[in-house]
Design a protein around this ligand. Structure first.
Ligand SMILES: [Zn+2]
Length: 447
């Protein structure tokens, strides 16, 4: 008695030893050479017939090339094949690798819920219709979309378990949706091009590097949720419409924005950076501390762009942090290249934390006037280390004199011209620093 395949809607004859399934739907793990030959013969026969038949509009079946649930033998190859019709690979299984190198998909292709295990390649493949990889699983191995062209790609909820993904120079002409995709294995988007919207909302790159170096985003880009718990690099990547780029609810402490074009106009919402000495610091600075290659200029550029971004968005506290970062990078760069600039920057930091603190100049003012008062008092044979009550009042008198010198007022007679000149100079300097820092604070609030 002839049995039929149990796969829903299949109706082909059961394969001998296929445990209730036809040759297309049965498990291939125990296949002998002969059976693989048989599979190939039958498959390509079916493929040719379907691929070449011109269906009239009315009689056209929904999935013209219907490979739903097919289980392909190891290393099955579609290299250079042109799929002239819409292809349906929904829930298909590719065990031990598959090759779609330079394949052409003339119409829509469905890999919804399909599974790939081992080494899979779509290198140079051309997807002329929508490519549905929603919920597709790539397991243990690698998948390459190197130099592939997508008209529109949907990778929503796709999973890459222990599988590296190579999208080097991949072109996404229409929307590229990686929403809720999970990557676990390094991912390369090196020089990838997103000509339309790129969506990474809820995507996660777990225990792996997300490499967007030199990638180009021509339209909006959305990175929402904790996408990059391990590390990500946007080195030299270009965002042509940065105002449409969002990084939301995200930990950016592992993300490099070195030389990234457009970062000054990104929208950052609910994001976290590294904390270094109590200020927000970018990953590139933290990395610089540990690396031998010290390119402070590039990190300074990241800070400058971020500062501009945050100032524009009225987030002055973080903008101040990034300004400090910017100055720190300048200081470190000057340490190697320009000693005078280095000394000035150090002074600027100590005196007013690069103009970010109006309290520091105040402390300095107090310290300086106090020290000069001590000096004036000692020269008038008052022993500062053996005070009596009367001496305290006398010292307060000198302190008052020191204050008036400091604030450029005429002192009572003092013979020490040099000390007075010096204190006056310091007075002018620190009053200026104080006023500048104060102005900076209020100007920020008023803008
Ligand atoms: Zn079947």
């Amino acid at each position: 008695m002839c049995e039929y395949c149990e796969y829903e809607g299949c109706g082909r004859k059961e394969h001998k030893g296929g445990e209730g399934y036809c040759i297309f739907h049965c498990d291939k793990r125990d296949f002998a050479e002969k059976e693989i030959k048989k599979f190939e013969k039958e498959f390509w026969g079916y493929f040719e017939e379907r691929n070449l038949t011109e269906w009239s509009q009315e009689s056209s079946p929904p999935g013209e090339l219907d490979f739903r649930g097919f289980r392909f033998p190891t290393d099955f190859s579609f290299e250079g094949i042109e799929f002239k019709k819409a292809v349906d690979f929904r829930r298909a299984v590719f065990i031990g690798g598959a090759c779609f190198k330079s394949a052409i998909f003339s119409s829509k292709v469905h890999f919804l819920g399909a599974g790939f295990e081992g080494r899979t390649t779509f290198e140079n493949a051309e997807f002329k219709g929508k490519a549905e990889f929603a919920g597709t699983k790539f397991i243990e191995g690698s998948v390459s979309f190197k130099e592939a062209n997508f008209e529109e790609a949907n990778f929503t909820l796709s999973k890459f378990f222990n599988c590296t993904a190579n999208c080097t120079e991949t072109k996404f002409k229409g929307k590229a949706n990686f929403g809720l995709a999970q990557f676990n294995g390094d991912v390369l988007f090196f020089k990838a091009e997103f000509n339309s919207k790129a969506n990474f909302e809820g995507a996660k790159f777990i225990d792996c590097k997300a490499d967007f170096r030199s990638a180009r985003f021509c339209d909006s880009a959305k990175f929402v949720g904790d996408c990059f718990p391990s590390s990500a690099s946007f080195y030299h990547s270009v965002f042509e419409q940065p105002k449409k780029v969002e990084f939301e609810s995200m930990d950016l402490s592992n993300v490099s924005f070195l030389h990234c074009h457009g970062i000054e106009n990104f929208r950052f919402v609910d994001e976290n950076w590294n904390i270094k000495y109590g200020r927000n610091a970018v990953y590139d600075e933290i990395k610089l501390d540990k690396s031998k290659d010290k390119n402070y200029r590039l990190v300074e550029e990241v800070y400058r762009k971020l500062r501009l971004n945050y100032e524009r968005n009225l987030r002055f506290s973080e903008a101040g942090d990034f300004y400090i970062g910017e100055m720190e990078m300048r200081r470190k760069n000057a340490r190697v290249k320009n000693k005078i600039e280095y000394a000035l920057i150090i002074f600027y930091n100590l005196a007013s934390h690069y103009g970010e603190s109006y309290l520091r100049p105040l402390y300095w003012m107090f310290g300086i006037t106090f020290l000069f008062a001590l000096g004036y008092a000692e020269f008038n044979s008052l022993n500062p280390f053996n005070f009596e009550l009367g001496d305290i009042f006398r010292f307060l008198g000198y302190f008052g004199i020191s204050m008036s010198v400091f604030f450029q007022m005429p002192p009572e007679y003092l013979p020490y011209t040099f000390a007075i000149t010096l204190e006056r100079l310091l007075g002018a300097l620190f009053v200026a620093l104080f006023v500048l820092a104060l102005r900076r604070k209020f100007k920020k609030g008023g803008e």
